[in-house]
Every structure is written in C-alpha cells, then in structure tokens.
Design a protein around this ligand. Structure first.
Ligand code: NAP
Length: 325
C-alpha cells in the first residue's frame, strides 16, 4: 500500500465480488484499493472445493481467491488489511474510516459480505470445511451416498435440505421447535421428500470428529434427554447477517439489513455501490457475486467518467507485493 491514501475506487471487502470489482476497476486504470479485515476470499476461503464456478472444474476456495487477488494486483490494485468503521461523504468525494486511518475516494464499492449465524458449539469452528458447512449448494455433492443433517427450520434450511437429498441417502433436519418457520410450499416439498427425516424440539450441542465430522451430540429441549447421532456432514442454516452495520441510516435496506440497489448495484448515494451477499436478493454464489462485482465496477466507472471528466487514468503498474492473510 502506498502512503498516498487518495483513490478513484475503494473496495470494502475481499470476497469474490470485491476481487472481481478490483480486477475491472484496476484494469480500467482507476487507482483502486481493496480493504479487507480478515482473510481474502471471505466465505470461499473456508470452502474446501469450489466445483460450480464456470470454467474451473474444481479448485480450493482459498486458491481461487488468491488467483483473483493476484490478477487484480497485477493491474495495480492495492490491498490493505484494515477494518472499516464508517464511510462519510465529504463534498464530491468519500472518506472511508478504517482501523489504520482514513482513505479518500471518488467511488466506493461495498462488498463486505454476510456472515452466517453460527451455533457457537464445540467442534463447529474446528470442523468448518471438514463436514460443517453453511452452503449446501456448494458442498452437498461432497457427501454423495452419505447421511447428513441440516440444522434450522426456516426457508434456507428447507431449501438446502431438499437440495442435499440429491446426493445424500438420508437427511435429518434438526429443529429446535416442533413447527417450521419456512414457507408453506417448501414445508410441503420437504414433508413429501422421503429422504428427509425431522427431529423436532432438538438442538445440536456438539459436532464430533477429529479431521472430519463423524457425528453430533443432540439434546431434546423438552425432555432434556441427550443422545449422539452419526453423520458425515452438518449443514447449518440458522440465519445470516449482512455486514452493513457501518452503513446504517445511509442507504435503504430490507428488513434483513441487506442493501437495496438498482441493476448497476448503485445506491441512492452518488458514488456508492454495493455488491454480492450484502445486497438484497443476492443468489449467494461465487459466480453471481463475481457478476455483481463486475457490474458495480462498470457502474463506478460510468459514475467517475461522468462526475470527474478531468480525472487522470492511473498507470496500471503492479502494486508492490502484499502479504496474504
Ligand atoms: P430464518 O428465516 O431466520 O430461519 C432461521 C431458522 O433457524 C429458524 O427456524 C430458527 O428457529 C432457527 N434458529 C435460529 N437460531 C438458532 C439456534 N441458535 N439454534 C437452532 N436453531 C436456530 O433464516 P433463513 O432460513 O436463513 O432465511 C432468511 C430470510 O431469507 C427469510 O426471510 C427467508 O424467507 C429468506 N429465504 C427465502 C428463500 C426462498 O424463498 N426460497 C430461501 C432462503 C431464504 P425458530 O424458527 O425457532 O426461530
């Protein structure tokens, strides 16, 4: 990262949407910075294998993110590992407040993603990517002809349980109540699917396994009875929260706090674009997030070209090598 903190485009979040935006913005010769608070790749950095990114039959999620990062940096994108605490309009420009000082930019592409809600039980973190998953669309195929469990009773749990039956021999949906929260149509489909069993009034208290998930500990919340169940995978769908706290009151959001954008990923705030899982109605896939990031970068380019016609193009020299987190 250079000392000069003035950019054409600042991207907040280094998941697929942010990285794709970085490739386009930097290759478009806009001075571009990507700010990431954790690990480059976001949720895909935790994914063992990505097998549904068109053109690449199979790749480790961390490696795919590193490829995207290297590509964006080869066009001059700069990367900083800082946490963003707020954004603020200052005249025609934006100020981005971070844990390491302020950045000034003409446009912001906010791709800070969403974090899945976690159960917070022993074994969950250790076995994430080793049988514990928050994305059945991504990982169900790895558990072909095996038995799996799904935790949750909302639309996501039902949809993903139904999807998982394409591969698993049996799926047990573990729900903490005796009534599902999900929509009637998904409930009907789940009840009609003879591969899905329901375990009512039950919570998972521990995920078991050393290198790979082998089972779970369960507790009946009505009787207090504890038991163990063998399983190869635990898919957890108990909700998710987009990382939009620092944008509160700045842009319209839906009740789940996802940002409402137009088809260019544009918010009503001039120069502020939002892409990927953090926006309303995201398909929450690597490929769709990449598409969002590209769209936002093109939207930002149109905005900068219109608003700052005198703006000089940046030389697309590779930035100095950055350490990977
Ligand atoms: P959700 O509707 O909030 O459901 C979360 C589920 O997880 C609930 O059944 C909840 O139980 C359970 N849960 C929460 N915390 C738990 C914990 N600590 N331990 C065990 N269980 C816990 O979340 P979602 O399913 O992710 O859906 C989010 C939004 O996206 C919803 O508006 C949904 O309609 C929408 N969505 C729609 C579709 C679709 O239409 N195809 C697909 C996916 C999501 P309780 O019921 O007891 O609270």
């Amino acid at each position: 990262m250079t000392d000069d903190r003035q950019f054409d485009v600042v991207i907040i979040g280094g998941g697929p949407a942010g990285l794709a935006a970085g490739v386009y913005a930097a290759r478009g010769r806009r001075k571009t910075a990507l700010l990431e608070k954790g690990v480059i790749g976001g949720q895909i950095a935790l994914t063992e294998l990505v097998e549904n990114y068109p053109g690449i039959k199979s790749i480790n999620g961390f490696d795919l993110a590193q490829e995207m990062l290297g590509q964006a940096e080869s066009y001059g994108m700069e990367t900083a590992y800082v946490e963003v605490s707020g954004i603020e309009q200052a005249g025609d420009l934006w100020t981005v407040h971070t844990s390491d000082g302020d950045y000034t930019t003409k446009a912001i592409i906010m791709t800070a993603g969403a974090d899945y809600d976690k159960l917070g039980i022993p074994g969950e973190e250790k076995l994430t990517g080793k049988g514990v998953s928050y994305c059945a669309t991504c990982d169900a195929a790895f558990f072909k002809d095996m038995e799996t469990i799904v935790v949750g009773g909302g639309d996501a749990a039902l949809e993903e349980a139904i999807f998982t039956t394409r591969y698993a021999t049996k799926v047990t949906l573990v729900h903490r109540r005796d009534e599902l929260r999900g929509s009637a149509i998904l409930q009907e489909r789940a009840f009609a699917n003879d591969k899905i069993d329901f375990k009512w009034n039950t919570i998972v208290t521990e995920v078991l396994g050393d290198e790979q998930v082998t089972g779970v500990k369960l507790k009946d919340v009505k009787t207090g009875e504890e038991s163990e169940m063998a399983t190869s995978a635990v898919f957890i769908f108990i909700g998710q929260h987009p990382n939009t706290d620092f944008m509160a009151d700045l842009v319209p959001m839906d009740k789940g706090r996802h940002v409402i954008v137009d088809e260019w990923m544009k918010t009503p705030q001039p120069g502020l674009f939002v892409a990927g899982d953090v926006r309303q109605n995201s398909a929450r896939q690597v490929a769709s997030s990449v598409g969002d990031g590209v769209t936002a970068a093109i939207g930002a380019e149109h905005y900068i070209a219109d608003k700052f016609p005198e703006s000089e193009l940046h030389s697309a020299e590779p930035a100095e090598a950055t350490a990977t987190a």
